[in-house]
Design a protein around this ligand. Structure first.
Ligand code: PLP
Length: 760
């Protein structure tokens, strides 16, 4: 889009301050996604998690000169040359601006996509199939929410003939407005599933609501869900079964022959351990410039001082090579390897450039020893063989970690809290088995206030991994206070004895005002100062300049036990009384926190200054009721490595404990109790999921392998993934089988299982 401040003010019913002629071409809502300050307007949204108005100064200092605000929190005269548009609601204003941008695109035909599943995949397939055949643009990655759709429209260029827009909704009443904004000519209706029912009463209601998008379409292609779609649609419709048929049909409607290499995009970035201490980020989603920006942004957020930054890319479309190099330069990339026909010149001296005409040439000429301690982003289609040689081989049994789900859960809990309440993310025990460094990087970028680990070594690992935010060590009992001070790890202190040792150590190292966190025992009866010790504690704290009380905290024993609310409430009031006594005695401000995940859900009125969020982050509810809003983060997965057919009566495994009662098909998977699969899950106690079907274990679990009965999955084949737990098998269910809690299962997965991180 291209709108002046005056046009934006009039479209959004707002008032303009500053230069009315300043031209805005891009809107951004996340300060971290700033790419080009010139002609970009920062929209200060209030979300559950944050208030965009806090970032105005930061954006201004990065060169942004246009702001959309609903609250003039700052004095415009402090922002020379900046223009502000003040509106009632920033979100509504973005919609209004998008309507205005849409009005200037009447010559463009819009193809809208909605449905429950596969929207992003078909959008990318269609884009690839039509690329170069017509002038088109599509909405970026999964910008399909109400705001995402509006922002996608503001990003469209006037020179196109077609726009592909993905639309998602999660409640009744949203679609009519979005349909009015997109005004599509063609529609693609993807299958409707009955999960995520929350905002709807029935699957029919959900289908009807989604179908509103297509009310004025000249033609709709319905993929899967034929009957459901047909009942809801009124436009001429073609029914197909697969994405590729839908793509072909759409090309036919437009009157072009599609490109033949339409593919299934993997729609995600993988983070893998690489050769020689490298980390490999692999994004084979598309080759377009916009996705390159978001991949580089993802890379930047997890950069480590000990690793340099390398990008390997194939031909990029959507920008010329000078623009691409400029982008790489701005993201601080040190080494660039290009594959393909694009040629690059005028390379800044900080970048070393190598060029290969093909993947084959790269593989023939490059030795993996030429890579060491680098973060390597491999970007673009067709580069899989390069990833295969630079990443450490994938194991048959892995834990897959969905970093988007982690962010989602983090924001879900933030939405239950006041915006000023800090969140301490519990990353002890390797982030509950999920991998502390990657989790910490993600949460550091997401704005967590502090991290908590159990022991000092865990804190040092995080510092080595490049984590700079505050870290508290919960059990610091250590002979090595120096390491604590050197790594700026803040101890929790739970006894007079500990306190005295810490203060002496600080004194002998010449350290003043070192942050410490005072742990009170209000009812867990594990560690912590008791009420009787308070007078002595206060006197000591007042007299020592070597440490500074950064916070006072306590831990709830029964927050997840609704039958023991009395006890929880007693702990909460004891905490209030004890912490208040300390705070009153100290001459400086001190923070307080007591809530764990269950506490956040049940006693938000006791959130004080911070909360300590653990299990909920990882997508597991500590309460029996699972809020539908959490997403599982970890998937433990193995692979079928052998399949055998046996007659009834055959016995399987050690001690002949698996006796077949019918002719059976038995698969072996390479994961056992040494990997953290408890032996009590054997002999049919648990089932693992193959092709969506639950397959019981057979016989005893072995050290490195176990067997499952796949008789009911006739299509199962060697190489099929087997989900131990994850989206199809909640870890809570396995925990219940073992009469334990999910915490124990997550932390029991052995280090020999590789953790693989990805972003959707
Ligand atoms: C582990 C831990 C938490 C987090 O508990 P969750 O139930 O996982 O939210 C909070 N506080 C302390 C002191 C802990 O040790």
């Amino acid at each position: 889009m291209k709108l002046s401040i005056a046009q934006i003010a009039s479209a959004s019913n707002g008032s303009a301050i500053g230069n009315p002629d300043y031209i805005v071409e891009h809107l951004i809502i996340d300060s971290r996604s700033l790419f080009k300050a010139e002609n970009t307007m920062f929209c200060a949204l209030h979300t559950d998690a944050a208030d965009g108005h806090r970032y105005i100064y930061n954006m201004y200092s990065q060169g942004v000169r246009a702001f959309l605000v609903d609250n003039m929190v700052c004095d415009a005269s402090n922002f020379p040359d900046a223009a502000f548009v003040v509106v009632k609601s920033v979100e509504q204003a973005i919609y209004a601006i998008a309507l205005q941008a849409r009005a200037a695109l009447d010559h463009v035909k819009f193809i809208a996509i909605t449905g429950s599943v596969g929207k992003t995949v078909i959008k990318e397939q269609l884009f690839q199939a039509l690329y170069g055949k017509v002038r088109l643009q599509r909405s970026p990655r999964s910008w399909n929410s109400r705001l995402g759709v509006a922002l996608s429209i503001t990003e469209l260029q006037p020179g196109i003939d077609y726009a592909i827009i993905e639309v998602g909704i999660d409640r009744v009443g949203d679609m009519a407005r979005l349909a009015n904004l997109v005004r599509p000519t063609y529609g693609i209706f993807m299958p409707i599933t009955d999960e995520h029912f929350s905002g709807f009463d029935s699957i029919e209601q959900k289908t009807a609501e989604k179908a509103l998008l297509f009310a004025n379409c000249s033609h709709v292609i319905s993929v899967g869900s034929a009957q459901l779609h047909a009942n809801a649609l009124h436009s001429p419709t073609t029914q197909v079964d697969t994405n590729l048929q839908a793509v072909e049909k759409m090309a036919q409607l437009i009157g072009v022959t599609p490109n033949s290499d339409t593919f299934i995009p993997s729609n995600r970035i993988d983070v893998r351990e690489g050769v020689n201490d490298c980390v490999v980020l692999f994004d084979s989603f598309t080759n377009d410039y916009r996705s390159l920006i978001s991949a580089l942004d993802f890379m930047r957020r997890r950069c480590t001082p000990t690793r340099s930054n390398t990008v390997i890319l194939s031909n990029i479309f959507g920008a010329d090579s000078a623009t691409v190099i400029n982008l790489l330069y701005r993201f601080g990339i040190n080494r660039v390897i290009t594959i393909g026909s694009d040629s690059y010149s005028d390379i800044p001296s900080t970048i070393s450039l190598q060029h290969f005409v093909s993947v084959e040439q790269f593989i023939a000429s490059v030795d993996t020893n030429q890579f060491s301690s680098e973060s390597i982003l491999i970007f673009g289609r067709g580069l899989q063989p390069i990833k295969d040689i630079l990443a450490v081989p994938r194991h048959d049994s892995i834990m897959e970690v969905n970093l988007d789900a982690l962010i989602h859960n983090f924001n879900y809990y933030r939405s239950l809290l006041q915006s000023t309440t800090g969140v301490i993310a519990m990353v002890k025990a390797s982030a509950y088995g999920i991998g502390a460094v990657e989790v910490a990087k993600t949460l550091q970028a997401q704005g967590a206030t502090m991290l908590a680990v159990a022991v000092i070594e865990e804190g040092i690992e995080l510092r080595r991994g490049g984590i700079s935010m505050p870290i508290v060590v919960l059990n610091p009992v250590t002979g090595n206070y120096k390491a604590l001070f050197n790594n700026n790890l803040e101890p929790s202190v739970f006894s007079m004895r500990e306190l005295a040792t810490l203060v002496n150590a600080a004194q002998s190292c010449g350290i003043d005002s070192f942050n410490a966190h005072i742990k009170l025992d209000t009812g867990m009866h594990r560690v912590g100062f008791t009420e009787a010790e308070l007078p002595q504690l206060i006197t000591y704290l007042k007299s020592s300049a070597h440490i500074r009380v950064a916070s006072i905290f306590s831990h709830l024993a029964t927050a997840d036990c609704p039958d023991m609310n009395d006890y929880t409430e007693l702990q909460l009031t004891t905490f209030h009384r004890m912490s208040s006594a300390i705070i009153e005695a100290l001459p400086y401000p001190v923070k307080r926190h007591i809530l764990n995940t269950a506490g956040i859900m049940r006693y938000p009125e006791y959130q004080y200054d911070m909360v300590r969020l653990g299990i909920g982050l990882y997508g597991v509810s500590p309460l029996d009721t699972m809020p539908g809003d959490l997403r599982p983060v970890a998937t433990l997965r193995s692979t079928i490595i052998s399949i055998k057919h046996w007659p009834a009566g055959t016995t399987i495994g050690y001690a002949r404990r698996g006796k077949l009662t019918r002719p059976s098909v038995i698969a072996t998977i390479p994961i056992g109790y040494a990997d953290g699969i408890n032996r009590h899950l054997g002999r049919g106690a648990a089932s693992f999921v193959v092709r969506g079907i639950e397959c019981p274990t057979v016989g005893n679990i072995c050290m490195d392998q176990c067997m499952i009965d796949i008789t009911d999955v006739p299509a199962a084949a060697i190489g099929d993934p087997v989900e131990i737990y994850g989206p199809q098998m909640p870890v809570q269910r396995l925990a219940a089988t073992l009469d334990t809690i999910p915490y124990e299962l997550l932390t029991a997965v052995s280090p020999r299982i590789h953790r693989i991180y990805f972003r959707e």
